[in-house]
Design a protein around this ligand. Structure first.
Ligand SMILES: [Zn+2]
Ligand SMILES: [Zn+2]
Length: 149
């Protein structure tokens, strides 16, 4: 429920929905993302089947799964040595979110699973040393050869 304060926190008005390809899983996120980053590590390429992973990170309380149940797969990244847990639809295989050892209390939404892909701006690109050789970066993006410091 939206509660009004003396000085309303406008961030409560940011509600964005998304889900998996088959529609079995749906979620919405509230409040603002804590971090938005593209990850070029080898594991993110493999787990997504794409050129990079796109994570929109929230405090756990700011994401709600409203439909379906997620399957989990946990692995240890070759590059960081830390564990990551991907959360995906058991029916269509879409990854909708992930939890990473480095960010306790947070959850990363797979950016491509939002209905509106353009509501957030990518702030940083990490593990760029593993990026595809044809990768180009926007001028405003912060680049990190390895993970964030
Ligand atoms: Zn699905
Ligand atoms: Zn990665």
């Amino acid at each position: 429920m939206l509660t009004l304060k003396a000085f309303p926190d406008m961030s409560n008005l940011y509600i964005h929905e998304g889900g998996c390809l088959c529609g079995a899983i749906r979620f919405h996120t509230t409040d603002k993302a804590v971090a938005v980053m593209v990850c070029h590590c080898a594991a993110c390429k493999q787990r997504t089947g794409a050129a990079y992973g796109l994570g929109v990170y929230f405090n756990d309380d700011d994401i709600e799964f409203t439909k379906g149940s997620k399957q989990l797969f946990q692995f240890v990244s070759d590059e960081s040595g830390r564990w990551l847990r991907t959360e995906f639809c058991g029916r269509c295989g879409t990854t909708v979110s992930c939890v990473v050892e480095k960010r306790p209390g947070m959850r990363g939404v797979a950016g491509g699973s939002y209905d509106d892909l353009n509501w957030f701006t990518v702030e940083s690109h990490i593990w760029t040393r593993s990026a595809r050789s044809d990768m180009c970066y926007p001028d405003h993006a912060k680049l990190y050869e390895q993970g964030t410091p």
